[in-house]
Ligand binder design. Structure first.
Ligand SMILES: [Zn+2]
Length: 296
């Protein structure tokens, strides 16, 4: 759809797993100078700026720390961004996640922005399928429902793109074909495998947090957060499948939620102290260090 240049001004993405990752991949694709085969190139200046979290034509609105609602002030900032001219001249892209968390004042402020499109700006609103959204917002967007592709079709798509071990790539990417393709095309699979093994060792034997931080040296913070998040989600699934005690699952979830917040803060453009965040992650993972190796 985007490839044919027909993407609407306001898009409401509805779905569940991988919704945020899909929105980010779509935003990157829309800003990339040399997209290829429905994917961003990963090499141009726009892709570089985006990866560094400093693309001037990208704006992310999400939940602030400890907040359960998106507030009207955040929507005012979003509108300010929309009314400005694109700095890199292609277009501007806004991701609003989750749209259902807007309070009523925020939603009313956004309505006007949805009614009066400004230049070549694409607004991408995210809505998890079980969450409610005001009909006035929904009716002003083109709705795009993200079906979860079957594992077979994801494997077939990756094989057609020349991925050598699609099953492995999908395992690390939590079955998201887009992420699996990125990991494979950027040669990241061995890094993911290495960090998964390290975390597995940590969950069984408990490593000193500083040992973990040292072993993560050289890995970009956003990449590391994504890897640890995927690993935790994998462990949560295994914990459910193995029927382990509730306490273990709660520990894993607490770690996961804290990391997901850090990921959002990175998207929001917070200037995070990388070393400090790495240490925080390692210390929070201590809670998962004494889980029974037999159960996971
Ligand atoms: Zn690019």
């Amino acid at each position: 759809m985007a490839a044919q240049g027909k993407l609407a001004h306001s898009v409401l993405l509805q779905g569940d797993d991988g919704l945020d990752d899909f929105a980010i991949a779509l935003a990157l694709y829309l800003l990339c100078r040399a997209p290829n085969d429905n994917l961003a190139c990963g090499r141009c200046k726009d892709c570089e700026l985006f990866a560094a979290g400093s693309h001037p034509d990208f704006h992310y609105t999400g939940l602030e720390e400890k907040a359960s609602q998106i507030k009207v002030d955040q929507i005012r900032l979003l509108i300010d961004f929309v009314t400005k001219t694109a700095q890199r001249e292609k277009r501007k892209v806004v991701v609003l996640n989750p749209a259902s968390a807007m309070n009523i004042n925020a939603a009313n402020a956004l309505l006007k922005c949805l009614e009066e499109p400004s230049g070549d700006t694409v607004l991408i609103l995210l809505q998890e399928s079980q969450k409610m959204l005001l009909p006035t917002i929904r009716s002003r967007c083109s709705v795009l429902k993200l079906p979860q592709p079957s594992k077979n079709s994801a494997v077939a798509w990756l094989e057609a793109k020349g991925v050598a071990s699609p099953e492995d790539a999908l395992k690390y990417a939590q079955n998201s074909p887009l992420l699996a393709w990125r990991l494979s095309s950027e040669g990241q699979l061995s890094l993911w495998q290495k960090i998964y093994q390290l975390l597995d060792k940590h969950i069984q034997r408990g490593m000193n947090p500083m040992q973990l931080v040292l072993a993560w040296k050289g890995v970009a913070l956003s990449e590391l957060i994504q890897i640890v998040l995927s690993w935790l989600e994998d462990k949560i699934r295994s914990a459910f499948a193995a029927g382990v005690e509730r306490q273990v699952v709660v520990k894993l979830y607490t770690c996961r939620d804290s990391l997901a917040k850090k990921k959002q803060r990175l998207h929001l453009g917070f200037n995070l102290n990388e070393q400090l965040v790495l240490e925080e992650v390692a210390i929070e993972l201590q809670a998962c260090a004494d889980l029974s190796p037999k159960s996971l």
